[in-house]
Design a protein around this ligand. Structure first.
Ligand code: PMP
Length: 439
């Protein structure tokens, strides 16, 4: 190497002066740094590495595809791409049997919106505030959380609705309120926006990084019914929740709701290679038979990424990981409820399968968040300290605003869950110090 030194710019974070620890490997639910320290992965690396680290099945499938046919201008002419579509059609709900492939959740959401607009001939898209849908101009505009501010004014046509966030019910009602039950709030919005102008409603069926918000039963069905009534496409963004994460293949399965479009990524290859899918209904794919939909990326349906996805789906099925995630949900929930009894900083716990959120507060009575819902705020320090303390103890946590997202790989076993919970127990003392009246 020459004299020049490159610098990697970190995403969504201040460019620190401290060099990060050099991560040199991983296996199962753990990864290791150059100093030989081991970390238990309670995050699946952004809710991504569902199958854990260093799976030989995926390594072999990728090697084989690289050696046979790595890239083609018309990738759908490669057999592995068709095989992936067949396997996906087996697990996607209802008649969602046709797929576009992209490289990221962001791009999948862009494609979904473009398709909904083209199909309906309408412009507006309704998205929620407590959402993250990606980082390109369009997907960041769909995003409701404050990270969107850097992209504003963004792309025209996005209208926002409130979230079924029962812990902090936005309407200030006990449930079912007009927002948390879904239909009344959406109907009111449509009255002002004109249902005939709305192409799509996009939701994360269980909100991900913005707090693992599980809506009341009946919410998603109510949204589905309003969309059907008005010819509006319902898009479920399952980028985080897909592939067994919440204890069913897709989170919308939990309520038996079939959207018009599902977007997914992350768990599709379990993070081994970048790949995303847009699953569309037979009605939409029938319409596409006679239409040219201008969509495509050089790396859409990249055969090597598709080979990784096929191998990943085989592992999910062989090891019955969706059922496993569902079963582990009860173990994780019991452990978290036990922690909540002893840590006054825990305001709420919610989730499903291997996907849980801990919401931290300084006061249970007022529900004052431990840190504000605002990027770059200096007041974020308690969460920075907490995340660093966990890392010091060998526990890798995903944190965002005042939330800890507990999302271990679906292959985790009960002993590892107990080990992680014991480290989390010690870590939560950092948050308890900020509780009003403590010390
Ligand atoms: N949608 C959701 C729900 C996500 O959680 C994310 C990423 N965390 C995205 C979309 C964007 O996916 P990507 O980072 O692959 O572009």
């Amino acid at each position: 190497m020459g004299e020049a030194r490159g610098r990697v710019i970190q995403a969504w974070s201040r460019q620190g002066t401290q060099p990060p620890p050099r991560i040199v490997g991983g296996e199962g639910c753990r990864f290791f740094d150059a100093a030989g320290r081991s970390y238990l992965d309670f995050s699946s690396q952004l809710v991504n590495a569902n199958l854990g680290h260093s799976r030989t099945e995926i390594q072999e499938a990728v090697q084989k595809q690289v050696a046979t046919m790595a890239t083609l201008g018309r990738p759908w002419d490669v057999e592995i791409v068709d095989e992936l579509a067949d396997r996906l059609a087996e697990i996607t709900p209802g008649d969602l049997n046709s797929f576009f492939f992209a490289c990221s959740g962001t791009e999948a959401n862009e494609a979904a919106i473009r398709l909904a607009r083209a199909y309906t001939g309408r412009d507006k898209v309704i998205a929620r505030y407590r959402s993250y849908h990606g980082s390109s101009a369009g997907a960041l505009t769909l995003t409701g959380e404050p990270r969107r501010w850097v992209g504003e004014p963004g792309v025209p046509g996005v209208v926002r609705m409130l979230d079924p966030y029962t812990y902090r019910c936005p309407a200030g009602h006990p449930t079912p309120c007009p927002v948390c039950s879904g239909a009344p709030h959406l109907r009111e919005l449509l009255q002002y926006e004109g249902a005939e102008n709305v192409a799509a409603v996009i939701v994360e069926p269980i909100t991900g990084i913005n707090g693992v918000i599980v809506p009341p039963d009946g919410y998603l069905r109510a949204i589905r019914d309003v969309c059907t009534e008005h010819g509006i496409m319902l898009i479920c963004d399952e980028v985080m929740t897909g592939f067994g994460r919440t204890g069913s293949w897709f989170a919308c399965d939990r309520w038996g709701v079939v959207p018009d479009i599902i977007t997914c990524a992350k768990g599709l290859t379990a993070g081994y290679l970048p790949l995303a899918a847009v699953a569309v209904s037979d009605r939409l794919s029938g319409w596409l038979q006679d239409s040219v939909f201008p969509y495509g990326l050089t790396y859409s349906a990249h055969p090597v990424a598709c080979a990784a996805a096929v191998a990943a789906l085989q592992v999910y099925q062989k090891e019955r990981l969706v059922e496993r995630a569902d079963r582990l949900g009860a173990v994780i929930e019991a452990a978290l409820r036990e922690l909540a009894e002893r840590h006054p900083s825990i305001g709420d716990i919610r989730g499903s399968g291997c996907f849980w959120g801990i919401e931290l507060v300084t006061d249970r009575a007022t529900k004052q968040p431990l840190v504000p819902f605002n990027p770059g705020s200096a007041a974020a320090e308690p969460m920075t300290k907490l995340t660093a303390a966990a890392f010091q103890k060998g526990l890798y946590l995903l944190t965002h605003w005042n939330m800890i997202v507990v999302s271990p790989p679906l292959i985790i076993d009960e002993a590892e869950i107990r080990e992680g919970m014991a480290l989390l127990d010690e870590t939560l003392c950092v948050a308890d110090e900020y509780v009003v009246g403590s010390g």
